[in-house]
Ligand binder design. Structure first.
Ligand code: PMP
Length: 396
């Protein structure tokens, strides 16, 4: 069967692959502790579920405008004003089937074949694959643990060429949990001011899952709002991963381009989800705050537990819900004839021996690390920590 060449350019996300494997092993009756998947384990709050049920009963079951219902776009614009002090008109907002589709819309709107796209690594798996779908050139910039895996202005400046079209990053970051401070964003913004032709995609889906202070967006600096696309959504902050709703805010021309692309792919996301989203956004951060308190406790627990395991080098995850330890001290070690050569091997070892699912750092372009999501119950985290300690100690 001869399928399109573009399929050979992209791969299935390791995150999704590991979650699938985890489900398969669980179905075989194996007691797996799954730290692979990036989704809150909480139920969607009641008032949001009630709004969805009401939408069904009120007959909001038809197609809506492609970029979202007016009420929702207004609520999103209000959210940007309230939380980020950024002014957008409803026409600058596009609502999509998850933040993932927002990213796809934006990349498809901006990147032509041969365009260079700078992505600091470690990064979220989907960015590079979207660029490759557009036949763009991915320019990875490896960032160091010393700088909490954040790109420096010097690294950014050095990566820019006349072909650079776009810069993509997330803060809070998946997979590292790092958050760019106001000063760090300002320093990057100063570099971009010298290169007015570069677009920026700022993925802020973890905005509310922040343990250190106010969320800052790069769009707040200088003239950057005129070429920044902010990606956000309800999946993480409101425990609504399955509802499929993301939104972006962009300069009008880009918002219109995203609307046009979406009109040929999926049209609008679910009418019911959109009504539920209005209820979520108007109730501001209250829902998220309770969850963040719980994540904070789990983060403290897992951070302490992992820091007791020899050989793990930990970063400081200030946001999101991932630990991203450097595990390279285990490379070359063995258990019963099985040698760990890299992070992929260690993930496989932890899955098959400890029955703990993690994701290899190579998926995020940081082959010395593995990612563990702590968006799971405290009981499961305690069990995971126990098993990790036991099985890592067996590697000699
Ligand atoms: N961006 C990042 C950084 C993510 O981690 C995720 C989800 N894992 C998304 C975007 C996509 O979110 P959604 O579920 O809204 O499509």
């Amino acid at each position: 069967m001869k399928l399109a060449e573009r399929l050979s350019r992209i791969s299935e996300p390791q995150t999704i692959k590991m979650a699938k494997l985890s489900r398969e092993l669980k179905a075989q009756g194996i007691d797996i502790v799954d730290l692979s998947i990036g989704e809150p384990d909480f139920d969607t709050p009641d008032h949001i579920r009630t709004a969805a049920k009401k939408a069904i009963d009120d007959g909001f079951t038809h197609y809506t405008p492609v970029a979202g219902i007016a009420e929702l776009k207004k609520a999103v614009a209000q959210k940007f004003k309230r939380d980020n002090n950024l002014d957008y008109t409803p026409e600058q907002i596009v609502v999509s089937t998850g933040a993932k589709q927002c990213l796809a819309n934006a990349v498809l709107s901006i990147v032509d074949p041969g365009d260079e796209v700078i992505i600091p690594t470690p990064y979220w798996v989907t960015y590079s694959e979207l660029v490759k779908l557009c036949q763009g050139e991915v320019v990875f910039v490896p960032c160091s643990l010393e700088n909490q895996y954040k790109i420096t202005p010097e690294q950014l400046e050095a990566a820019i060429t006349p072909k650079t079209k776009l810069f993509m990053f997330s803060s809070p970051c998946n997979p590292t949990g790092s958050i760019y401070s106001k000063e760090e964003l300002k320093a990057l913004a100063d570099v971009f001011e010298k290169h007015p032709e570069i677009f920026i995609i700022s993925d802020e889906i973890y905005e509310y899952i922040n343990y250190v202070g106010e969320h800052e967006s790069i769009a707040q600096f200088g003239t950057l709002k005129d070429r920044t696309i902010i990606i956000n959504g309800l999946s993480k902050g409101f425990a609504m991963t399955g509802w499929r709703l993301g939104f972006l805010a962009a300069p009008l021309e880009i918002a219109k381009a995203c609307d046009k692309i979406q009109s040929q792919f999926t049209s609008a996301t679910s009418s019911i989800t959109q009504h539920a989203a209005v209820a979520a956004l108007l109730n501001d951060k209250a829902t998220a705050t309770a969850m963040v308190e719980e994540f904070k406790k789990r983060r403290t627990f897992i951070h302490n537990a992992l820091s007791e395991i020899p050989g793990l080098v930990l970063n400081n995850p200030d946001g999101a819900f991932y630990m991203f330890p450097d595990i390279s001290a285990y490379f070359g070690k063995s258990f019963e004839g099985e040698t760990i050569h890299n992070a992929d091997d260690l993930c496989a070892y932890l899955l098959h021996k400890a029955h703990v699912t993690t994701v290899t750092g190579s998926a995020f372009q940081q082959p010395n690390c593995i990612r563990m999501s702590y968006a799971t119950s405290m009981d499961k985290l305690e069990e995971a920590a126990k098993r990790l300690k036991e099985w890592l100690a067996k590697l000699q």
